[in-house]
Structure formats: C-alpha cells, structure tokens
Design a protein. Structure first.
Length: 183
C-alpha cells in the first residue's frame, strides 16, 4: 500500500513538473519587433499588444489587449530611456536614484523585492517588484533598470494585482528580448 501511495505522489509531482515546464518553455505568442532608431534598440512584443510611442522616442508603451468590455485598466510594459548627458552614472548610482524617486515621502510606492540580475543579453541590471497607486488605481509593478553607454534604461510592467500573473510572461519576454543596436 505504501509503495502505491508513493507512486501516486511521485506521478502527481512529475505531472505538475511537466506542466510547469510546458508553461515556462512553451509560451510563444505571435511576435512583432519594435525598433527605436533614436536610442538604437529593438524589442519583441506580442502581436496582440498596441504600441504607443510617447515623448519623441524616449518612452514607449506596449499595452495589453482589453480582457472584456468592462476592462478600464490596461496592463502595460513601458520602456523609458534617459540620456545622462555629461553626467555619467553607474548602474548602482542609477538604481539608487530611481529607488529614491520611487520611495519619496509623498509616494504611495512600497518596494517588496529587489534583485541584482543579468539579462539574457548579458546586461547587468536591477529588478524591483513594488506596488503603487497608478492613475488612482492600486497597481503591482515589475521594473528592470540598467545602464549602457551613458544612458539609463527602465522597463516597467504595470498591472492590476489580480491581473499581474496574466501578463508577467509577456513582460519578461519583452525585457529579455531587449537588444541594443551597434552604432
């Protein structure tokens, strides 16, 4: 009886592991490429998303499709590029300045987790998970910060807390597809 019980448990664990493996590695939506000629980078994004280029190329948003007619908050992945000009900043300095801006005394932002990571393109970065008040609505955000050639890059996924998991794979896909173009 114990052997049968162990077999059932092992089978269940294997099935769960296979399901997780399938979800992690089989996510492959139809993708389009966004190219920013001004700041010289490309990213891949799901074809179902809408692209909104704001601020002369310094800010671009990839906006999720509407989930139903009552959906008033569109989850988005936003890329902001800041040119440091003559003020060269390291990754640590840029992270510190960005975090201080997020957590200023009048802010509703609460940082839950910070990790130093390496992106697929070998770029060293910081990843922050935080909650904030966004357009009068409580939002959960995943932000990636990195520095390259005297520019700061911030990629932020913004979602309603109950919708966060729905598009986090898309946010990671966009972040991991980020490629700087050669000069």
């Amino acid at each position: 009886m114990k052997t049968k019980h162990k077999f059932i448990i092992a089978s269940a664990v294997a099935a769960i592991a296979a399901g997780i493996w399938f979800l992690l590695f089989s996510y492959n939506p139809a993708l389009l490429t966004y190219k920013n000629g001004l700041f010289r980078y490309t990213v891949r994004y799901p074809a179902s998303f809408t692209v909104s280029d704001i601020g002369g190329g310094g800010i671009v948003s990839f906006i999720s499709p509407r989930s139903n007619e009552n959906d008033i908050f569109f989850e988005s992945i936003n890329i902001i590029v800041q040119n440091f000009g003559s003020n060269s900043l390291t990754l640590n300095q840029y992270y510190k300045a960005t975090r201080e801006a997020l957590e200023e005394p009048t802010s509703s932002t609460k940082v839950a987790q910070v990790k130093k990571i390496r992106l697929k393109n070998k770029q060293e970065a910081y990843a922050l998970l935080f909650s904030t008040l966004e357009r009068g609505v409580f939002a959960k955000c995943l932000q990636t910060i990195f520095v390259h050639r005297n520019k700061g890059y911030i990629i932020t996924y913004v979602a309603m807390p109950d919708e966060f998991e729905r598009y986090v794979a898309d946010a990671r896909l966009i972040t991991n597809s980020f490629r700087l173009l050669d000069r």
